[in-house]
Every structure is written in structure tokens, then in C-alpha cells.
Design a protein around this ligand. Structure first.
Ligand SMILES: [Zn+2]
Length: 163
């Protein structure tokens, strides 16, 4: 059974490696069943994104989706995601993280990003993301680099959010 690990669990601090066609998930014969479980876990925890290393797997994929999103209106697992372009314009908005229960902090990030990722069927897709969807993608991608959102804010802001 998969579960969300809390910071500072070791996999949250590690850089993930690319997902390849030969990769398998421990405990699952069937990728579809894994995908359903991971998405269900994200929804149960009321998240709009969940990175592989948050459930202990240091491979480059994450779950994303929310009804308010344009590209990921339907929940999906995306593989080998990348940002290929980001806007100079930045926005500051509140973020939460399933690996930090009950902490919400304002994080500055590029407003829009152009992204690339692979579908479960191995197709490469491109999209331009804005708003909360852009923020969510960037937050999850950071996880795959071992960067948690406390590293994206000043010490003072982090202390205030924990106050
Ligand atoms: Zn997170």
C-alpha cells in the first residue's frame, strides 16, 4: 500500500532519475492499478499534485489534476516532466504540500511555463500552463529534484508560516 511520506523522509531530499520503459513499480504487476492507487491517494489527501518521491519512489513522474485546471482537468500521472520555458514574470501565491501537513506559505515562481512530459502510453506532449496549474507543475517538478517548498522561501517567511 502506498502512502505519503512526511518531510524530512529521505526520498524527499533525493534527485529522481528518468522513468524508462523497463521500469516497474515494486508491488505492482500492473501500471494501471498503480496509477489508480496513486491518484486515489492524492485525492484522499486533498492534493492537486503528488510526486513519486513523496511516496518513496525516486523516479521522474508525478500525479497532477484539478477540475479548475485547463490541461490537467482530468487527473493523470505524467512521466519525465520538464519545463522547457518559463516566463520572466513571476507571481507569489500560497502553496501547501502533502509532505508538510498544515503548512501554507507564499512562494514566488514564474507565472507561466511551457512544459513537456510523456503520457502513460509513451507519447510526448507539450502544454503551456498558467495560474495554479503552472504553480502546481513547478512544485511537483521541484520534488523530483529533491527541492521541497521550504527551500524556495526565506527563513523568515518559513518561520512565520510555521508560527
Ligand atoms: Zn509538495
Amino acid at each position: 500500500m502506498i502512502k505519503v511520506y512526511q518531510y524530512p523522509h529521505e526520498t524527499l531530499l533525493q534527485t529522481s532519475t528518468p522513468w524508462t520503459a523497463d521500469d516497474r513499480i515494486d508491488g505492482y504487476d500492473d501500471l494501471e492499478r498503480f496509477e489508480r492507487d496513486m491518484i486515489r491517494l492524492m485525492l484522499d489527501e486533498k492534493g492537486m499534485g503528488l510526486a513519486a518521491n513523496q511516496i518513496g519512489i525516486t523516479k521522474r513522474f508525478f500525479a497532477i489534476g484539478h477540475e479548475s485546471f485547463d490541461t490537467f482537468q482530468k487527473h493523470a500521472i505524467i512521466w519525465n516532466p520538464q519545463v522547457i520555458n518559463s516566463s520572466e514574470e513571476k507571481v507569489i501565491d500560497v502553496e501547501g504540500c502533502l509532505s508538510f501537513k498544515d503548512i501554507f506559505v507564499k512562494v514566488e515562481r514564474p507565472k507561466t511555463v511551457e512544459v513537456q512530459y510523456e503520457t502513460t502510453q509513451g507519447k510526448t506532449r507539450f502544454a503551456k500552463l498558467d495560474g495554479m496549474e503552472s504553480k502546481c507543475f513547478q512544485h511537483e517538478l521541484d520534488h523530483l529534484e529533491g527541492i521541497t517548498f521550504n527551500k524556495r522561501v526565506s527563513k523568515l517567511r518559513w518561520q512565520m508560516a510555521n508560527g
